[in-house]
Design a protein around this ligand. Sequence first.
Ligand SMILES: CC(=O)[C@@H](O)[C@H](O)COP(=O)(O)O
Ligand SMILES: NCC(=O)COP(=O)(O)O
Length: 243
Amino acid sequence: MRLSVNVDHVATLRNARGGRFPCPVEAARACLAAGADGITIHLREDRRHIRDEDARRMAAEPGLRLNFEMAATEEMVRIALSLAPAACCLVPEKRAELTTEGGLDVKGAGPYLAEAVRQLAGAGIEVSLFVEPDPAQIDAVAALGAQAIELHTGTYADAAPEARAPLLARLRAAAEHASRLGLACHAGHGLDYGSVVGIAAIPQVEEVSIGHFLIGASVFEGLPGAVSRMRAAIATGRSETGH
Ligand SMILES: CC(=O)[C@@H](O)[C@H](O)COP(=O)(O)O
Ligand SMILES: NCC(=O)COP(=O)(O)O
């Protein structure tokens, strides 16, 4: 299973003083050197953390698999087409939100979403949609012609460990449903060293994106150490599946 490190909150720290340190691109290099398989960045409409120049430099970084998270707006589609990342993940976005609060309502979306998928996939970008573990939403993703889903793991990750079993079962069922439809399955949001183990034990999940917790953990154990420890947690989960 691939680990894609989301470096949004390296930019949050940098922006706190309006300077150039710490640099998200340098953080990305450190994550890759420590064993991360890719980097995720979320260029939000309000540019609260990742800025356009960060995205441009990250896309130009040799050997870096970039997962570009974005709202399905004309502006972001235009930027994504200019950056040509390996992958784009379409996510819901509200200015007032502290962080992403849930998955896209793909079933109820207007034609703008299908148009974004068409343009991005047409440019050879792997398109995933960030959704709840809801078979009806996953069916709607398949109908749009996207290649992948990213399951929102926040409800599961935020739950007390003793309350996670039914939430993990729902994620597992959703991953199996996506696989039956030929969709690649990714997962992310709110994961830490403990909760990622359960996600890694779902064989259909090919990639996890982890950011806030890992960047926070790096304050105490360094970025390479946090990446290594996260990869070990993933390996523990994976070993439970024999994959
Ligand atoms: C979609 C998702 O869960 C995250 O990848 C997203 O980036 C969270 O937004 P912030 O990084 O702004 O917290
Ligand atoms: N799509 C999830 C992601 O990129 C990272 O989410 P988080 O770990 O910062 O909550």
